[in-house]
Ligand binder design. Structure first.
Ligand SMILES: NC(=O)c1ccc[n+]([C@@H]2O[C@H](COP(=O)([O-])OP(=O)(O)OC[C@H]3O[C@@H](n4cnc5c(N)ncnc54)[C@H](O)[C@@H]3O)[C@@H](O)[C@H]2O)c1
Ligand SMILES: [Zn+2]
Length: 340
């Protein structure tokens, strides 16, 4: 097992045994499981569910709202759930972020266990304690920091995950390697996507994120390197959501990493050799759209970025494989050249 995993997290090859041990330790008066229609179908059968209240929502980011929370809070109330009860969140990042928020605020906080079922939620969303929902079209606008009582990572869940979703999560795996672990980047980039072993890769990727989060839990400094690829990536993702050809989060982040590397190259921070190696590798894995929105379209989104201050747009930029800087102010002229 890899070093430096969060204390609340277990990587499991026997889900039922690990889950019952965690439930016993919490000793709840009642248990509910939050699922979406896909995790109900593919993942719920892996749990030995008896007498649990099953709460089903529709899948997708559009459901990550206070309206959904209200519906779940109502159902918990009607079923007599108390502060001593337990919510098990079985699903991807949407279920984990929102289910955690629902539990952390229900009667000022009931216990919750996250069972992440996508690669993205296993290596990224489950670590670092960020919980919340979207609000008035703004992503993760309402929420809080709180660690779950338990996170159990069961890599077997990935067997039913569509390949596009798997690749989307893989962008965060690559990101973790590129910002903090050169050897892991060399290891990943030397293999074909299809030959990757998730049970080996997941613990390593979690350990990288956890190491960063532990040094800066509230994102005052170092934790910002986790935003590498996300400044431009998030602008592209947000814009394309309004079109008929949206990208998954990780696909947009992969594009963001390529374009932000070009920014770093223009600033003389990153070598062209490394930038091109990363671009070729990502181009091999992902199918990017032929035409992308340019500076004039993206500027509006870039200026909304949470990391900005009054001086301008701040980036987390790669210096070399395994090393990333943050808070770099980038002039509009450079962004215009890269996003032409
Ligand atoms: N809290 C954090 O630090 C953090 C970090 C990154 C992302 N996030 C959040 O995570 C969310 C995205 O997470 P996601 O990519 O997991 O999306 P998701 O939860 O929408 O899951 C993606 C799709 O896969 C389906 N699915 C899930 N598990 C499956 C399985 N095992 N087999 C078949 N289908 C399955 C879901 O039903 C859904 O359709 C966003 O809301 C984002 O804001 C949070
Ligand atoms: Zn991300």
């Amino acid at each position: 097992m890899s070093e430096n995993l969060p204390s609340y997290l277990t990587i499991s090859s026997d889900l039922q045994a690990d889950l019952s041990a965690s439930i016993q330790a919490i000793n709840p008066d009642k248990i509910a499981v939050l699922v979406d229609e896909n995790t109900k179908r593919y993942c719920l059968p892996e749990l030995n569910v008896t007498n649990y209240l099953i709460l089903t929502i529709k899948s997708g980011e559009t459901e990550k709202t206070l309206a959904t929370c209200q519906s779940i809070w109502s159902q918990l109330t009607e079923a007599g759930f108390t502060r001593k009860s337990l919510l098990i969140n079985l699903g991807g990042g949407v279920i984990g972020d929102m289910g955690g928020f629902i539990a952390a605020t229900y009667k000022r906080g009931m216990a919750f266990i996250n069972l992440p079922t996508t690669l993205l939620s296993q290596v990224d969303a489950s670590i670092g304690g960020k919980l919340g929902v979207d609000f008035n079209g703004l992503k993760n606008h309402i929420g809080l920091f709180q660690e779950p009582n338990k996170v159990i990572i069961y890599p077997q869940f990935l067997k039913t995950l569509p390949s596009k979703e798997l690749k989307s999560g893989f962008a965060e795996v690559i990101k973790h390697a590129l910002i903090k672990d050169e050897a892991q980047w060399e290891f990943l980039s030397a293999q074909s996507f299809d030959s990757l072993r998730w049970d080996e890769i997941i613990p390593k990727s979690i350990a990288i994120k956890n190491g960063i989060v532990n040094q800066d839990p509230r994102e005052h400094g170092l934790r910002k390197i986790l935003n590498y690829g996300h400044t431009i990536g998030h602008a592209i993702e947000t814009h394309l959501l309004k079109t008929s050809a949206p990208l998954l989060h990780g696909e947009a982040v992969a594009l963001g990493m390529i374009l932000e590397n070009e920014v770093a190259q223009k600033l003389g921070v990153l070598s062209s050799e490394t930038s091109e190696k990363i671009r070729d590798y990502l181009n091999h894995i992902y199918q990017f759209p032929d035409i992308l929105p340019g500076y004039d379209v993206l500027a509006g989104y870039l200026k909304q970025d949470k990391k900005n201050d009054k001086k301008g747009i701040r980036f987390s930029l790669l210096k070399k494989a395994g090393m990333c800087t943050y808070d770099v102010l980038v002039e509009d002229t450079i962004l215009r050249e890269v996003l032409k």
